[in-house]
Design a protein around this ligand. Structure first.
Ligand code: NAD
Length: 476
């Protein structure tokens, strides 16, 4: 059994859970410990005891720890990519790409540990000086989803440690393998005991303890809207700092003047790669009348050529859905869309492959409207719906007609429309002539409206969540 890491020791769980390969459900990646309430409490107490010493550690020490972790992740990219593809179902090249991203995130925050500084300001009163200090918030609880099992933990753990916080980290139960491998590297990085703790297990047990424990000063959560809302209100009650990254219903607008090839590439990549299991996936194509038929034809032809199979097999372009529950949900949404008047022009069916896995053909549903459930609720699978519009103004209105606001894309050759969209798309990230998914590791990531709450993750903006400022006066 893969154990939890609490106060510098590897601790067995009283129970464990099998991590199953969605490409081949007879393949068990491993059995991972499930922490109980007592173990979660122990991890928090250990983090609380270790945090003051970590906060006082030298910047060189923090740099060395983070740099060590980044270096080892990069050196083991193939092996870790293999593990990621096996436990989550992302195809191997995407999985290796995610591992590399995680490695560079640690390298980036090694540098940020050195660059984090306050401000020196002169007072309006004579002779008085003001220092704004940036200090760690304390113990942070980091709760991550299954769909980016190494990149999301990396972009939470690395800034937390860089800025002097102690960490209690809980990966998702569906894909804990990468989180465990990351913990194993961190445990060997020279980090003092108690500063970093891994507690695997269920959200309702372990996650709930983290959210409600008085010694946890902040929660950074990525996952579903439902759980995020619950955590947000619990943290509000307890006056804890909280950062929530949740779902999306991301539009890709395609205008008549778009380069068709560019639009089709952005659409297919954005909606279906990573099996559509990305919070930034384009799930709504908003297409103007003049290009509509050509766009549908070209996307359909491309979908028909895509190879859906084992995530580890050579040449696979779309891997399996993560599990049985998610697959049923994806198929159900295709049915719901059809019942509401949508037309399935391609895919949306369960597929059989040589290995017994959760395979599904990528679905394109046309003739849909904003009022339909398929355009209101996040599916989180290889399913995209299309809304036909008259012109740019209607496209922008439809793109913004959603309670979500994570990523928003447009394909156009008009500088006017691109600039206008950049300004008025209600989203945290805007992509022109690019897929809605995928930002670099050194820039802010996050959304607006129902997609996100609190300050941004990644890049230099991560300092806002993982530190607090103290305003200090000195008079002569
Ligand atoms: P989820 O909400 O079911 O679980 C996320 C994490 O929260 C898991 O670790 C889970 O164990 C934990 N959890 C569940 N209940 C909890 C509780 N009551 N208290 C504390 N923790 C609890 O989400 P998921 O199915 O793992 O991931 C898919 C979702 O994540 C999608 O909605 C997707 O859009 C979202 N997501 C968002 C982003 C983003 O940055 N906006 C990125 C990736 C995924």
């Amino acid at each position: 059994m893969f154990k939890n890491y609490i106060n510098g020791e590897w601790i067995d769980g009283k129970t464990g859970k099998d991590n199953i390969n969605p490409s081949d459900i007879t393949d068990i990646v491993g059995t991972y410990a499930r922490a109980d309430v007592q173990q979660a409490n122990n991890a928090i107490e250990a983090a609380s005891a270790a945090q003051p010493m970590w906060s006082a550690s030298t910047l060189q020490h923090r740099f060395d720890v983070l740099d060590f972790v980044g270096t080892e992740i990069l050196a083991r990219k193939q092996e870790l990519g293999n593990l990621l593809a096996r436990e989550e179902g992302k195809i191997l090249p995407e999985a290796v790409g995610e591992v590399v991203r995680a490695g560079y995130i640690f390298k980036f925050f090694a540098g940020e540990a050195l660059r984090c500084s306050g401000e020196h300001i002169r007072s309006v009163r004579p002779g008085v000086e003001i220092d704004i200090l940036r200090q760690p918030i304390g113990v942070v609880g980091l709760i991550s989803p299954w769909n980016y099992p190494i990149a999301i933990p990396a972009w939470k753990i690395a800034p937390a440690l860089a800025f002097g916080n102690a960490v209690v980290f809980k990966p998702a139960e569906l894909a804990p393998g990468c989180g465990w491998a990351l913990a194993d590297i961190i445990a060997r990085s020279g980090i003092p005991k108690g500063v970093f703790n891994l507690v695997m297990g269920s959200g309702s047990t372990v996650g709930n303890v983290m959210v409600n424990h008085p010694k946890v000063d902040g929660i950074s959560f990525t996952g579903s809207v439902e759980v995020g809302r619950q955590i947000g209100s619990q943290c509000g009650q307890k006056m804890k700092k909280v950062q929530l990254e949740m779902g999306g219903k991301n539009p890709l607008v395609v205008l008549d003047d778009a380069d068709l090839n560019v639009a089709v590439n952005a659409a297919v990549n954005g909606a279906y790669f990573s099996t559509g299991q990305r919070c930034t996936a384009s799930s709504r194509f908003v297409v103007t009348e003049g290009i509509h038929d050509r766009f549908v034809k070209a996307v359909t032809e491309r979908l028909a050529r895509l190879k859906v199979d084992d995530a580890l097999a050579e040449g696979t372009e779309i891997g399996p859905v993560v599990d049985d529950t998610q697959l049923s949900k994806d198929l159900e949404y295709v049915e719901v869309a059809q019942k509401e008047g949508g037309k399935v022009v391609y895919g949306g069916e369960r597929l059989k492959r040589a290995k017994n896995g959760y395979y599904m053909s990528p679905a394109l549903i046309t003739e849909t409207t904003s009022a339909m459930r398929i355009n209101k609720e996040e599916v989180f699978g290889p399913v995209a719906s299309l809304i036909r519009v008259k012109n740019y103004d209607e496209a922008l209105a439809v793109a913004n007609d959603t309670p979500f606001g994570l990523s928003s894309g447009i394909c156009t050759t008009s500088l006017n429309h691109a600039s206008h969209f950049k300004e008025y798309a209600q989203a945290g990230m805007v992509m022109v002539n690019l897929p809605t998914a995928g930002v670099d590791y050194h820039v802010p990531f996050g959304g607006r409206k129902g997609s996100s709450y609190g300050s941004r993750e990644q890049g230099k903006y991560a300092v806002e969540f993982y530190t607090t400022v103290k305003t200090c006066y000195i008079a002569p």
